[in-house]
Design a protein around this ligand. Sequence first.
Ligand code: FAD
Length: 284
Amino acid sequence: MPSAEASGWTDLPGGGVCVQKEQLVNIVEPKVFLVGETRLVEEGLQAFLRHTGAPEWTSDAPSDSELLCEVMGRLCYRSFQPGLNPNVTRIREGNAPYLANIVEVGHGSVLEHAMLNFIFADVSRVVTHELVRHRTGTAISQESLRFVRLDTLSAYVPLHIRESESGMEVFVRTFEELERIQRELAALYAIDDEKKFDVKKKLTSAFRRMAPIGVATTIGWSCNFRTLRHVIEMRTDPHAEEEIRFLFGKVYHLVKNRYPNLFADYEETDVDGLPWIRTAHPKI
Ligand SMILES: Cc1cc2nc3c(=O)[nH]c(=O)nc-3n(C[C@H](O)[C@H](O)[C@H](O)COP(=O)(O)OP(=O)(O)OC[C@H]3O[C@@H](n4cnc5c(N)ncnc54)[C@H](O)[C@@H]3O)c2cc1C
C-alpha cells in the first residue's frame, strides 16, 4: 500500500499532506479517463450533403463531436449554404461562431447528439452517490461491491482533514481499522474457501456494509455534451462537495482542450484552490 507521501498530491487544493510516514493507508485522488467519444461516419455525411444539395459544404470543426453538433443544428434550417432554404439568404460561417450562437440562443438539444464515455477511478461513494443524481443524458456502470470484495480500502482525504495532523490521525486510524475488519470478516466466514459464487456474493455484500462511504471505487459515466455542460456548472460550484469539484475541474480541463468550441463561453476562476466554471448561458 502506498503511503500518502508517495501519492504525489500536487493537484489537490491546499497541497501538502499531514501524515506520519509509518501511517499507511491507500490515499488516492480522483482520476479521469476519457475512453470514448462520438465518431463521424464520413461517407454517410457526404451522402447526406449530396442528398440535401450542399455537397461542397465543409466545416472547420476541431472534433467529430463539434462537427456532428453543427450538422444536426444546420439541418434544422438547411443552413449549409444560402438559398438551400429560400428563406435563408445568409449563413453563419465556421464551427466556433455556429456553436457559440447555438449556446447563446439556448438550443441545447443540438448538443445531445454527441456523447462522451468516461471512467472515473479512485472516486468515493460520496462522489458516485452525487453523480448518479444527474439522470438525463447519462449512462452509468458502477463497480459492484457485491461482487468485488473490499480487501483494501482507498480514500480521498478532504482538505480539512489533511491539513490537520490530529484529523489525519483519526482518518487513517479509522480506515486502517475498517480495512482490518474487512479482513477479519473474510477470515471469520472463510470466504476464500467458499465454492458457491452466490454465497460469496451474499457475504461480500454483507461485508461492504461495514465499509465507509469514503471508500474509493470506479464508475463508468457516459453523457452527452448538453448534460456535461450542466454537470460541470453544478459540480464545480463552490457550494458543491470538494471531491466532486476536484473531479469535474479535471473533466472540464480535459474537454475544454479537446472540444474548445463547445465550451468557449466558460470562464474559470479559482475558489479554495479548485476551479469554478461559469457561463452566462447555464443549463442550455
Ligand atoms: C451544491 C449541491 C447541493 C445539493 N444538495 C442536495 C441535498 O442536500 N439533497 C439532495 O437530495 N440533493 C442535493 N443535490 C442534488 C440536486 O438536488 C440534484 O438532484 C442534482 O444536482 C441533479 O441535478 P438536476 O436536478 O439538474 O438533474 P439532471 O438529471 O442533471 O437533469 C438536468 C435537467 O433536466 C431537467 N430534468 C431532469 N429530470 C427531470 C424530471 N424528472 N422532470 C422535469 N425535468 C427534469 C431539469 O431541468 C434538470 O435540471 C445537490 C446538488 C448540488 C450541486
